[in-house]
Design a protein around this ligand. Structure first.
Ligand code: MOS
Length: 755
């Protein structure tokens, strides 16, 4: 799909506000009589709080209150989040003395200034009865269990060919087998903007400014934890400074702040510190993934077995569906089995993080495929092309619009894959070993029920409104573009409203679903608004179209035409003395859900150089080809894929949260020690889109784009590192020390891998 607007590179409509510092984020909120909350957090990972001495803190300058389990604010259990809401945690803080993880909320200090609250917090003395935490895979063994379901399927999904009794039989019957285990540490989202809540009560009505991916979900959750009616709560979030999943759920500091504001009868603002961002708002769990691939000598897959173990807290279940969202469906194989078990640790709750399931699952699966390509002596692109799935395994339905093979071909061509030397270590530039690698990219296409309002205004502008969010992804701009396209108006004439729970309901901006969900509602509302405009124009005496038949009047590019006349909607509305005419519509996926599978795909290629002496890995270039349906805004779409790739670089080479086994404390919960990819780590990134509209999925043909960019990146890098050095690092991230020594002390290519 391509029009004068859709598919073009459009500057962000909110860009000027952001670069001039006028975009107000939740933590920027200023209120009259404002106080500041500072969270007290646990210094042990397991046990009980025996006593807290808050007397000195309470007497410190500016302190309004110190809330603890011994002086709590009443909060209700959010065990079952209300329908349509996602909650990161279910146990409200301060309701008992139990400690389940290091950094858990054990109090809130409220003072006249942030500094006063922080300094007073340092004066609170807490006595714990500490126990040894569960903070390693070994300790977690006795806390291992199987989840009831994984990604809406059973914890173990078996697809076996007729006559095959078990996946292990299928593996034993395969001429070539790759049997590998990969491990991953905990990863943290680390958005630039920390979580923040400003809570303001007007009587029994609460307005909450919160950094959230879901204003509607947040409203439901906060109301439920405060024990009040959701109609009494309004959540506002016009801008989000990055989220990546950690703002996709409600976390308890937010209703706690609201409860303090209610008790004090003053607005309270709580902003998390960077260290608190590591323990209070989720993370990607640690994983152990065991993959066994059985294939014929020509590389045709005969068996795919993928077992996942992921970590979870003691408070709530979260499943990082690393196999169910990848090996379950990506390649054609007569025998597929995926399974999942969970291991409890004394950590805060894990949650969605950019491409949940897919990012870690593809890291392992796509490295294993590379190992298989080596084992078979087949080019990695050819191996993947050969095993491309035309139908969704086990369901036997086709994809609505799948162009993965085209991604491989175009990517290989743009990247210059044919120049790759398949012998590891063969290409050298001085002290650097050069390698090329590739991987597939994959992410499900989600679409949820959403509503939107379109409003023609007498001043000749139009308004597009929906309770969706812009996480920095470009939703402000895309909604304006789709509104402009639907109404045939220039983008400058469209005013967008979002990030307000009082607007027509829209889903949480997660699962890369916002554009796919909200734009159909805008298109429907635009059509309804046009009809209403025409009805108004033929019924009102002061309108030039008065008395015309409805079928004789039409709307095009802002103009009404019919009965030999034409007039723009602004003059029609002002002529009849109306300020506006509007329509609200809801849109949801239909029965196509049964007949098709919906996914986005891609192919990612990269070139690295690895220093022979230091093991340092430098990315040299990346090429990504994405099959994500219609590209709505070429500029923000590129930026989303690029952002995903930058995330993937960190995941592959530098990120990882270190949990101290003895204390259950994160050793690197700060930006000095938790390394993320920065400009110097990011090479030129070449991005291409297939741009074939998926109109079975939605009228615009657009699938999500926020997450897929990360999915193939880590494995493409790991495979390039192998091609450069002959070294397989299966314990991620690929840190320099894991690659050393390179060269002299060992054969560059092990014989088993060459055979
Ligand atoms: Mo995304 S991790 O689904 O917010």
């Amino acid at each position: 799909m391509s029009t004068q607007i859709i598919g073009k590179p459009q500057d962000r409509v909110d860009g000027r506000l952001k670069v001039t510092g006028r975009a107000m984020y939740s933590g920027d909120r200023q209120e009259e009589n404002l106080t500041y909350g500072y969270l007290l957090t646990s210094k042990v990972a397991k046990g009980l709080i025996q006593a807290m001495d808050t007397s000195v803190a309470e007497r410190s300058p500016g302190v309004a209150a110190v809330y603890t389990p011994f002086n709590p604010l009443k909060l209700y259990h959010g065990l079952e989040p209300p329908e349509g809401a996602t909650s990161g945690e279910t146990l409200p803080p301060l309701q008992d003395q139990k400690i389940l993880n290091y950094g858990q909320i054990i109090g809130l200090v409220v003072a006249e200034s942030y500094e006063q609250a922080r300094d007073a917090a340092a004066l609170v003395r807490t006595q714990y009865q500490a126990e040894e935490p569960v903070a390693s895979w070994e300790q977690g063994i006795e806390h291992t269990f199987t989840p009831e379901s994984v990604d809406r399927e059973k914890a173990t999904v078996k697809i076996l060919a007729e006559g095959v009794d078990s996946i292990d039989d299928a593996i034993r019957g395969s001429p070539l087998v790759v049997d590998v285990t990969y491990t991953e540490p905990i990863y943290h989202h680390n958005p630039m903007e920390p979580h923040a809540t400003t809570a303001v009560w007007h009587g029994d009505r609460l307005t909450i400014y919160d950094a959230t991916q879901g204003v509607i979900s947040h409203r439901l959750n906060v109301a439920s934890v405060l024990g009040i009616d959701e109609d009494m709560v309004r959540v506002l979030c016009p801008f989000v400074g990055g989220a990546f999943g950690c703002k996709g759920s409600m976390w308890m500091f937010s209703p706690l702040t609201a409860a303090a504001a209610r008790a004090l009868n003053r607005p309270v603002k709580t902003i998390l510190t960077r260290e608190q961002m590591f323990t209070l708002v989720g993370h990607r769990p640690a994983l152990i993934q065991h993959l066994t691939l059985g294939a014929n000598p020509d590389g045709t897959l005969q068996a795919v077995k993928h077992d996942v173990r992921s970590t979870v807290s003691f408070a709530k279940i979260f499943v990082e569906a690393a196999a169910h969202r990848t090996s379950r469906l990506l390649y054609k194989s007569p025998n597929i089995q995926v399974s999942h078990t969970l291991v409890r640790w004394n950590v805060g709750g894990p949650t969605f993080m950019r491409a949940p399931g897919c990012a870690p699952g593809m890291f392992s699966l796509e490295c294993a495929m590379d190992e298989l390509a080596v084992r078979c002596g087949i080019d990695p692109v050819e191996l993947r092309t050969k095993n491309d799935a035309e139908v969704y395994p086990g369901r036997n339905v086709p994809w609505s619009c799948k162009n993965l093979v085209e991604c491989y071909q175009l990517g290989a061509e743009k990247f210059g894959w044919s120049k790759r030397n398949s012998i590891p270590g063969a290409v050298q530039e001085g002290d650097w070993l050069v390698g090329m690698g590739m991987a597939s990219a994959l992410y499900p296409a989600h679409r949820n029920r959403a509503s939107a309002k379109v409003r023609f205004q007498a001043d000749g502008t139009a308004q597009v409104s929906s309770a969706t969010q812009d996480l920095g992804t470009g939703t402000w701009t895309v909604l304006a573009m789709v509104g402009a396209d639907s109404l045939g108006l220039p983008i400058a004439k469209i005013h967008t409203e979002l990030g307000d729970s009082a607007l027509p309901s829209a889903p949480t901006s997660g699962g890369s679903a916002s554009v796919a969900s909200v734009t159909p509602a805008i298109q429907k509302a635009a059509e309804s608004a046009k009809k209403k405009l025409i009805q108004l124009a033929i019924r009102d005496r002061k309108s030039p179209f008065f008395g015309a038949k409805i079928e004789d009047v039409s709307y095009r590019n802002g103009e009404l035409t019919g009965a030999g006349k034409s007039a723009d909607f602004g003059s029609v509305l002002s002529g009849i003395g109306r300020s506006a005419v509007e329509a609200v519509e809801m849109a949801a996926a239909g029965e196509e859900e049964e007949k098709y599978a919906f996914h986005s795909f891609g192919a990612q290629f990269c070139q690295v150089k690895v220093n022979r002496w230091t093991g340092e890995v430098r990315l040299q270039r990346m090429t990504s080809v994405m099959d994500i349906g219609t590209v709505v805004n070429l500029k923000t779409a590129r930026s989303q894929i690029m952002g995903g790739i930058v995330f993937g670089i960190g995941m592959a080479l530098m990120e990882g949260t270190i949990l101290e086994e003895k204390t259950g404390r994160y050793a690197n919960a700060n930006f000095a020690d938790y390394l993320i990819a920065t400009n110097a780590d990011v090479p030129y990134i070449d991005i291409h889109f297939i741009n074939k509209p998926d109109t079975i999925f939605n009228p615009l043909g657009a699938r999500g784009i926020g997450e897929i960019g990360i999915t193939g990146t880590p494995a493409a890098i790991a495979n390039a590192v192998y091609n450069a050095t002959g070294r397989r690092v299966r314990e991620f991230p690929i840190l320099p020390e894991k690659l050393l020594p390179i060269g002299a002390n060992q054969p560059m290519i092990s014989m088993s891998e060459r055979s």
